[in-house]
Design a binder for this molecule. Structure first.
Ligand SMILES: [Zn+2]
Length: 246
């Protein structure tokens, strides 16, 4: 999971959503009405479609799921589930793009909250997941930094084997690309450097490269990269960072 930037809604959509929310608020059975409205054909066409396009533009890589970063994001996920708060069904700030495994099989209607009512799930559009989730690069496993991080790992199944194995592989790809980028710079071939950057940016698990870039500047970086000290030097290079963080 990486930090994502949510754009403002286009005016036409921003005008349409409050009317739908008002209809739910006026209903005798808000949850039932919210579900029916969400499935209505005209809403699918005029609301889902533009929402999905916006979410796809925000998502990491090629429309990857905003939770696992691996599979294609196919579902508009309600961060706060519709069943718990139907009035947020059409709240743009409550929409994320998720794969069907994260959305329908794992997260479903789970929405843990702290004693004071604060959500215990990380919302990558309002906070930095890095503050809550530490990626162990060699194992591809997330370790919780906070209570919220622990709940997010649990609810979204962030340490399921297919993801941990995928992250280990993604790290391998990033290291190969760093090597290629370094060779390209030594030879003065910008095209090689660009290819390396595009390969990293196009692969799933954007969180792996982002974690490597963040950890390279964190205390204890020498220990984290003790097997690949050359990579640590590259990850600290301003030119590479500018290209990968762009
Ligand atoms: Zn997912």
């Amino acid at each position: 999971m990486i930090r994502l930037v949510r754009p403002a809604l286009p005016a036409e959509l921003a005008d349409r959503l409050p009317d739908l929310t008002a209809e739910i608020g006026d209903a005798a059975h808000p949850t039932r009405t919210a579900r029916a409205l969400w499935k209505r054909a005209v809403v699918r066409r005029n609301v889902h479609a533009p929402l999905r396009r916006l979410l796809e533009g925000m998502a990491p890589g090629y429309q990857r799921c905003m939770y696992c970063g691996d599979s294609q994001g196919t579902d508009i996920d309600h961060f706060e589930p519709l069943s718990l708060n139907p009035l947020r069904t059409f709240d743009w700030l409550n929409h994320l793009l998720a794969c069907s495994t994260c959305n329908s099989n794992l997260k479903r209607d789970r929405f843990p909250v702290a004693d004071d009512g604060t959500p215990l799930l990380v919302d990558p559009t309002t906070e930095d997941p890095f503050d809550h989730l530490l990626l162990t690069l060699s194992l591809g496993v997330y370790v919780a930094r906070t209570e919220k991080g622990a709940a997010t790992i649990d609810v979204c199944g962030l340490n399921r084997p297919v993801l941990t194995q995928g992250r280990v592989h993604a790290r391998r790809v990033v290291l190969m690309c760093l090597s290629r980028w370094t060779a390209g710079r030594a030879l003065g071939t910008a095209a090689e450097m660009r290819e390396a950057v595009l390969t990293v940016q196009g692969q799933p698990f954007a969180d792996v490269c982002q974690a490597m870039l963040r950890l390279a500047l964190s205390p204890g970086a020498e220990r984290v990269f003790e097997d690949t000290p050359w990579a640590l030097a590259v990850l600290r290079d301003d030119e590479l960072r500018a290209q990968l963080l762009a």
